[in-house]
Write a protein that binds this ligand. Structure first.
Ligand code: ADP
Ligand code: MG
Length: 444
């Protein structure tokens, strides 16, 4: 039946299928293009059987899957797509001019995170209204605006939507994740360029800061943030902050700049009700270009309650399966493709103890040594890997990772995580280690 062009266009099952492309299918062999060797390896290691089994079910015979690395887009700086982290948008259409000129870390805003793709329901209508008001009249309505919610409920989406709108009206904007803000600030201080940092941040018409909870415990950065915030606020520049912990943003600011908070507004986003979940699924399913029967949407909406990212993930996963297998989306296919997701054992969270145990066994270094101060090469590497996995797999904050590892500084932790994330790209050994460890952790 010749080659079948298969394309997975929507962000797919979480991070891994996101940028893959079905290249060809012949005689039970499927060729899947991936954006990097790392993703290819991860898919092969972690999702191979899942993918091939589902293909087998549908083609009714053996299915081989081969992953092929697509030639690298020279414009892209090899973003490592790591678990639980949003990779840069694949379409590369995020507005370059949105970046502050010297923001080499390249905070990009996702062009899909716009107001017209945001489904409004009871759970988020307040946040949505506030975001609209702020975009219409930056600095003049609610300033600062705090948006908080649990993870995956639309904070970043709204923040980017505000950003797009502000840029569209010709104003200057700085959008940064709190991590980027922190990194830049620390770097500026270290290099004696604090003044440049200040003037750049303070020159913007609006500052959008995502995930302020990461600032907890970073005294120096908090200091930098207070002053930046103060300066912007006094000049009636809009500040919008998100946090996934309710009190964070407020308590952080309150002590220091309480008097400036009077014009501010704090809004939360609640988990969506069934109706809203269905509306979101309907809208996202339209974007996949594949027909999703109502009963399938209903099924998905009832499965996932608390997290829109997961809701989307399940939909994208179904879409990717259907596309890869060139089969229609039915309830049966859905149940098959999500079997893994629905298995509570697999969905179990990775704990910090699991990470410590696994790394310790893997490198044959006892846990006390990992927590200690020994600095020989192997110990240092194992410790950095532990930090990386505590962050990526156990979702610990930098400061609690520091505590878990015997009171290390959060900047040490940050440095370790960045180092490992970078090294994975160039060091095949390390990549293999990380893959093995992740395997072990998910199998545990
Ligand atoms: P958070 O920043 O709160 O963790 P995100 O903004 O990253 O969550 O949202 C997670 C995913 O869910 C994103 O892909 C986003 O587009 C989607 N999403 C969240 N809320 C909505 C909504 N109301 N309508 C459509 N998509 C949404
Ligand atoms: Mg977010």
């Amino acid at each position: 039946m010749g080659d079948l062009q298969l394309r997975v266009t929507r962000p797919s099952y979480e991070t891994w299928l996101r940028d893959t492309v079905g290249l060809a299918h012949a005689d039970g062999e499927f060729v899947v293009g991936t954006p990097s060797p790392f993703v290819a390896e991860m898919l092969e290691q972690r999702m191979y059987s899942l993918i091939s089994h589902s293909l087998e079910r549908v083609v009714g015979g053996g299915a081989e899957v081969r992953f092929q690395v697509l030639s690298q887009d020279p414009g892209q700086s090899g973003t490592v797509a790591t678990n639980g982290h949003q990779a840069a948008p694949p379409d590369g259409d995020s507005d370059a001019h949105v970046r502050p000129p010297t923001n080499h870390r390249g905070a990009t805003m996702n062009s899909r995170y716009a107001f017209d793709t945001f489904i409004v329901g009871k759970s988020n209508e307040l946040a949505h209204a506030a975001a609209l008001a702020v975009s219409d009249r930056p600095g003049l309505t609610y300033n600062p605006l705090f948006i908080y919610s649990g993870v995956g409920l639309g904070k970043t989406h709204l923040l980017h939507a505000i950003g797009h709108q502000i840029v569209a009206s010709g104003m200057s904007l700085i959008y940064a994740t709190t991590e980027e803000f922190t990194n830049e600030y620390i770097k500026a201080i270290r290099e004696g360029k604090a003044e440049e940092f200040r003037s750049r941040y303070r020159s913007a018409d609006a500052l959008l800061l995502d995930d302020i909870q990461f600032i907890i415990g970073k005294e120096q950065t908090q200091e930098g943030f207070f002053h930046t915030f103060n300066a912007l606020h006094m000049a009636a520049r809009q500040v919008v902050i998100t946090s996934d912990r309710p009190a964070t943003a407020l308590t952080l600011l309150e002590d220091r700049v309480r008097s400036r908070l009077e014009g501010g507004l704090v809004v939360d986003i609640q988990p969506p009700d069934l109706e809203t979940r269905l509306a979101i699924l309907r809208s996202k399913s339209d974007e996949t270009g594949q027909p999703f029967p109502e009963e399938v949407l209903q099924f998905l909406a009832e499965r996932v309650h608390k997290n829109i990212r997961e809701l989307e993930g399940s939909l994208n996963r179904v879409a990717a399966y259907a596309q890869l297998t060139a089969s229609p989306i039915t309830l049966e296919l859905v149940k098959g493709s999500l079997a893994d997701n629905l298995n509570p054992a697999k969905a179990r969270r990775v704990s910090d103890q699991m990470v410590l145990d696994t790394v310790s066994a893997y490198f044959s270094i006892d846990k006390e040594t990992l927590r200690g101060r020994r600095r020989d090469k192997q110990t240092a590497l194992a410790r950095q890997v532990t930090m990386f996995l505590l962050r990526e797999e156990a979702n610990l904050t930098l400061s609690s990772i520091g505590q878990t590892l015997g009171g290390k500084d959060h900047t040490t932790v940050l440095h370790a995580c960045q180092r490992i994330a970078g090294q994975i790209n160039v060091d095949a050994h390390l990549r293999r280690d990380i893959i093995n460890l992740r395997e072990a952790l998910t199998a545990a």
